[in-house]
Design a protein around this ligand. Sequence first.
Ligand code: CA
Length: 229
Amino acid sequence: MRVLIVEDEVSMANSLKAGLEAEGYLVDVSHDGLDGLWRATEFEFDAIVLDIMLPGLNGFLVAERLREAGREVPILMLSAKDGDLDQAEALDTGADDFLGKPFSYPLLLARLRALIRRGSSRQSNVLTVGDLRIDLAAHRCWRGDTEVELTPREDALLVYLAHRAGEVVSKTELLRHVWLDEETDPNAVEVYIGYLRRKIDAPFGRASIETVRGRGYRLVAGPAPNDAT
Ligand code: CA
């Protein structure tokens, strides 16, 4: 489970991060509304803990823009202002739940768990590219009726390519979005593309991950080998 915390009070953000990590969550932190919005748009999270009063862009606007962009990630909004108006506004702009500061940590955790549960049952969470199916929540993948076992890195790489199916994706983009580190040796991408091909393509007579020379890779639906008409 990956959670994004957008909170400008550094000590609050750090203690939330430490607490959630102790519960086994992967946690990203942003101290600014614009940066938070960017992260929430670029990466997949299971939930976002979003403060209202933020530099850059306030929490209401962050939530609103995420919903406008079609992102359904559950949002738990935090605020020091514990008024009814605030709460109504938070829920109006697309937050799923609201917690007034100061809050107890166990309460936050319970509300977050409930949100993540609701979120994963609400969204369909399945990406399809031809007869390739990827269940984003369960981290499972099938070619036709055959389940394919992927490592977490292979899964993340395939999910990113599937989100951008039909488009050319450069190695730099893959390093940024899948490795989260553009300094990684680009050969790592080639190696993992090779692993994926051996799992989702070769055994099924497919070539769904195309190499576009000098530009990157493209995941395509492609015909099944037995319907070459
Ligand atoms: Ca704040």
